[in-house]
Design a protein around this ligand. Structure first.
Ligand code: PLP
Length: 373
């Protein structure tokens, strides 16, 4: 593993998290139990949904959320190609077909106006992904879903605490899923959560995460072992108490970047809609050209600053090309975003001097970068 002077993301862990894990160990509470239940209750309250169901990853939450709606071979599920592979993998794992729709060049979220054209008689669901922590245009998606009787599963893996027109991510669709992977706004290590107001959906996902059992050794479905451990739920409980502190720090960092990065005429921050609260799991910037992005990445990494291209568009990944014959040119906005996006460090422990250092490195190289048109 490379070591950097400034890391892209870091979990915010303090004594309280450590003590909570030690306490669970002392109580010998390892697998799913009372701490998972407490975390589910607190998380549902935070998001404002009736139910929350914990999983051992965000991917598991997505998988069970879609499986609970009986998505099967022959079905189509609409999503964005500008996401982490898990969003589309779970569609393929259920034997259904991922149907990609291009993104909005400003927000980098799925373009809601392009969705209608992708709906067929086989379409069963839409998975909008709140990229980097900014919510998708949900009203448009909800209208399309109503017209075509589609299930909406929000992939809010990157959007803890984000909101759209005053409503929290995870409470906007029929269900939402979150990840607590170490680079997320709040963490458990590996971990995930599904939120919903639909009692039946919550019931089914609880069965699917536990080998298809509705009671001990009573199997009513074929399921998985996707349970969260009590041991890590204790971390989630503490993290949820400090989420507002974490988000406040990240928002201030994003505002500082926005202000100082706007002076470089070849770099643009992601556009944030006025009615959205963006929570910056990632801080993506876009350059004018791919040559600029590639040079910037290399300059920052040489200077000890970790960066990430999130995301290389999914339709051009070898497996998606092999399975579905996707070609370059099919989703030009997502392709251009993959070629010009670069995520730079943002996390609760990032210092103002780290941000100044990053801005200075760009400043020192701006003449060279500007020429890479
Ligand atoms: C958009 C998106 N969906 C799904 C996932 C999968 O979550 P996990 O790693 O917890 O399985 C991630 C991130 O890791 C993600 O960024």
């Amino acid at each position: 593993m490379n070591s950097f002077r400034v890391y892209l993301a870091e979990p915010f862990i303090e004594e309280e998290e450590i003590n909570a894990v030690v306490q669970a160990l002392k109580e010998k509470r390892l697998s799913q139990g009372k701490y998972v239940e407490m975390f589910e209750k607190d998380f549902a309250e935070y998001v404002g949904t009736k139910y929350a169901v914990a999983f051992n990853s965000g991917t598991a939450a997505l998988h069970c959320g879609l499986a609970a709606k009986d998505i099967k071979p022959g079905d189509e599920v609409i999503t964005t190609p500008f996401t982490f592979a898990a969003t589309a993998n779970i569609i393929v794992l259920l034997g259904a077909k991922p149907v990609f729709v291009d993104i909005d060049p400003e927000t980098l979220n799925i373009d809601p106006y392009a969705i209608e054209g992708a709906v067929t008689s086989n379409t069963k669901a839409i998975i909008p992904v709140h990229y980097a922590g900014q919510c998708v245009e949900m009203n448009e998606i909800i209208n399309i879903a109503k017209d075509h009787d589609l299930f909406i599963l929000e992939d809010a893996a990157e959007a803890h605490g984000s909101s759209y027109k005053g409503k929290m991510a995870g409470s906007l669709g029929d269900a939402g899923t979150f990840s607590f992977y170490p680079n997320k706004n709040i963490v458990t290590g590996e971990g995930g959560m599904l939120t919903t107001n639909d009692k039946e959906l919550a019931r089914k996902t609880r069965i699917l995460r536990n080998h298809g059992q509705d009671g001990r050794y009573h199997h009513v479905d074929i399921g998985w072992n996707y349970k969260m451990m009590d041991l890590v739920a204790t971390i989630g409980l503490v993290q949820l108490k400090r989420i507002n502190t974490i988000l406040k720090l990240k928002l201030a960092q994003a505002e500082y970047y926005n202000k100082h990065i706007s002076k470089f005429d070849f770099i643009y921050p992601q556009t944030v809609r006025s009615y959205n609260v963006h929570t910056y799991m990632l801080y993506p910037i876009l350059t004018t050209t791919q040559a600029q992005r590639d040079a910037l990445k290399s300059i920052l990494e040489t200077a000890g600053v970790e960066t990430r291209i999130a995301f290389p568009t999914l339709h051009l990944q070898p497996i998606f090309q092999r399975l579905y014959g996707f070609r370059y040119g099919q989703f030009p906005v997502a392709e251009n975003a993959s070629e010009t996006v670069l995520c730079i460090p943002i996390h609760a422990s990032l210092k103002r001097e780290d941000q100044d250092y990053i801005i200075d490195v760009i400043q020192e190289n701006q003449e060279m970068l500007r020429k890479l048109e």
